[in-house]
Design a protein around this ligand. Structure first.
Ligand code: CTP
Length: 216
């Protein structure tokens, strides 16, 4: 079984020294790569900038990227051959409309940046998903969590969505723990306790493997 995982943040450059990014560490995606590899899968881990070292497991091939466009290109090259897709990356929704060739100098009291929408990696690949392929997405929400997560499941053609609520202590960015709810396309919901990200990853792998057709 081949598994494609996106992880970490993306950095969208403004000029040669600045970028727009976010606080994602990549921990959840890297933990998923380890858990899938431990179950015998061949994993391609496509990671945005992260301080984590490449996972040592021989079943994991790590590709480093910076921008959403680069992450999309790398994921699109692997997706057709992967039976399982896991979109754990915190992709920047927007990027600067222009990248300045030289460092932007300080001038007026205010500075307005024009941003344009980035490619939605999960949704774009979701349109190409074959019936035997299985797609997992993440939803980080602050309100109406279940409704927003189910909306993402349908919009992005996920089979399973991992919901993090920022209202839960110990969930989300910059924690070694996470608290998730898994929602599937059949309407099944399972709420998990706060636990280390490695154990959350194992719960997600178990949920995916239980839903795969045998021959994948
Ligand atoms: N995702 C992606 N490419 C993007 C944005 C998101 O692949 N450009 C994936 C994420 O990896 C995650 C899922 O889509 O699995 C949901 O991401 P999220 O940022 O919560 O969704 P958005 O569509 O950006 O919705 P919103 O920001 O409005 O909540």
């Amino acid at each position: 079984m081949r598994v494609l995982i996106t992880a970490g943040p993306t950095y969208e450059p403004l000029d040669p020294v600045r970028f727009i990014g976010n606080h994602s560490t990549g921990k959840m995606g890297y933990a998923l790569a380890e858990a899938f590899a431990a179950s015998g899968a061949a994993v391609t881990l496509i990671s945005g900038p992260s301080n984590l070292p490449d996972p040592a497991h021989p079943g994991i091939q790590t590709q480093r990227v910076e921008t959403a466009d680069q992450m999309y290109a790398a994921a699109a090259a692997v997706a057709p051959e992967a039976g399982v897709w896991v979109f754990a990356a915190a992709v920047a929704d927007y990027k600067p409309a222009q990248i300045a060739a030289e460092k932007i100098k300080k001038s007026g009291d205010t500075l307005t940046l024009e941003l344009v929408k980035n490619v939605d990696i999960a949704a774009t690949l979701g349109k190409t998903k074959r019936p035997e392929q299985f797609s997992v997405g993440f939803a980080l929400e602050t309100n109406n969590e279940h409704a927003h997560a189910l909306d993402k499941l349908h919009r992005k053609n996920f089979d399973l969505v991992v919901l993090n609520s920022l209202r839960d202590a110990g969930a989300g960015f910059r924690h070694d723990t996470n608290k998730v709810t898994l929602l599937d396309a059949q309407g099944q919901t399972r709420i998990f306790e706060v636990k280390p990200k490695a154990e959350v990853a194992q719960d997600i792998v178990d949920a995916v493997l239980a839903r795969l057709p045998r021959e994948v």
